[in-house]
Every structure is written in C-alpha cells, then in structure tokens.
Design a protein. Structure first.
Length: 118
C-alpha cells in the first residue's frame, strides 16, 4: 500500500496550490479519502473528506469556500485545490484512505509541506 503526496511548496498569501495524492496497492475506488494537516506544535486535523464515489464532500470550517477536494478513480488519485491561502494554512498535508470492512483499514501518506509566507 502506498500513498504519495506531491504539489506542496512555498506560496505567498493569497496564492494557490494543488496537492495530489497517488494511491496504489489497494482498491482505491472503495475508500473514503481525506486530506489532513499538521502545523508545528499542533495536532493533526482533518481538512477535507470525499466519499468513495466523489459524490459527497465535507470541509473544515477554516478552509470552506477556499479549498476543494476531488478524486479520479480511474487514476487512483485524490486532489486538494487550495486557493486564497493564508499563513495559518502552513502545515504538512497528509493524504488518508479509510474503509471499514470487517475492521477499520486506514492508510497514510508521508506528507507534503505547504508554507504560506511573503
């Protein structure tokens, strides 16, 4: 099982980034996918969630109307479009896959750094 994030970097306030997460080793289309983030000294928090079909999404209040989660089951990938970035969005962003079938199955990527600074 592998989740590989990409697309992080340094961006100025008000700018945009698009994160990608490529999945392999499991049946991607069956899993709910999420993006989490963890800032220095803070707990990891959920940012955005998308169900296995892409038909339902949910966002943290802090990113609502700025971030958009999407997925392409044909490409085994999930994305996070981040617009109007703020310094408080600075964190390591992690891709997460979750499925409950007999027992909870959860996988994490290694994370990608997003820094919002002028």
């Amino acid at each position: 099982v592998q989740l590989v994030e990409s697309g992080g970097g340094l961006v100025q306030p008000g700018g945009s980034l698009r994160l990608s997460c490529a999945a392999s080793g499991f049946t991607f289309s069956r899993y709910r996918m999420s993006w989490y983030r963890q800032a220095p000294g803070k707990e990891r928090e959920s940012v955005a969630i998308i169900d296995n079909t892409g038909g339902s999404t949910n966002y943290a209040d802090s990113v609502k109307d700025r971030f958009t989660i999407s997925r392409d089951n044909a490409k085994n990938s999930v994305y996070l479009q981040m617009n109007s970035l703020k310094p408080e969005d600075t964190a390591v962003y992690y891709c997460n896959a979750f499925l409950y079938m007999d027992y909870p199955r959860r996988y994490w990527g290694q994370g990608t750094q997003v820094t919002v600074s002028s």
